[in-house]
Design a binder for this molecule. Structure first.
Ligand code: ZN
Length: 75
């Protein structure tokens, strides 16, 4: 999932919402290494897994939004 990047400016992790310098970059959104590790270790039956899914749902929403905005601009 994504690539490990070094970011010059601090960015907010979409999972824990903490400002981090290093993490996994997915479509301009950041997931810090700690959260990525946690996600891998979390079992699907764990309550925490749903929390991650919800946060990732937020991510997919932010991916869709710019496309919709672009279509509106063309009209
Ligand atoms: Zn995080």
């Amino acid at each position: 999932m994504g690539t490990v990047v070094n970011i010059k400016d601090e960015k907010e992790c979409i999972i824990c919402e903490k400002k981090v310098e290093k993490g996994i970059h997915v479509c301009n959104q950041l997931i810090c290494e700690k959260c990525q590790e946690e996600m891998i270790e979390t079992d699907v039956s764990d309550v925490k897994y749903n929390f991650f899914i919800q946060k990732l749902g937020k991510l997919s929403l932010t991916i869709k939004e710019p496309r919709v905005a672009g279509e509106q601009m063309l009209k």
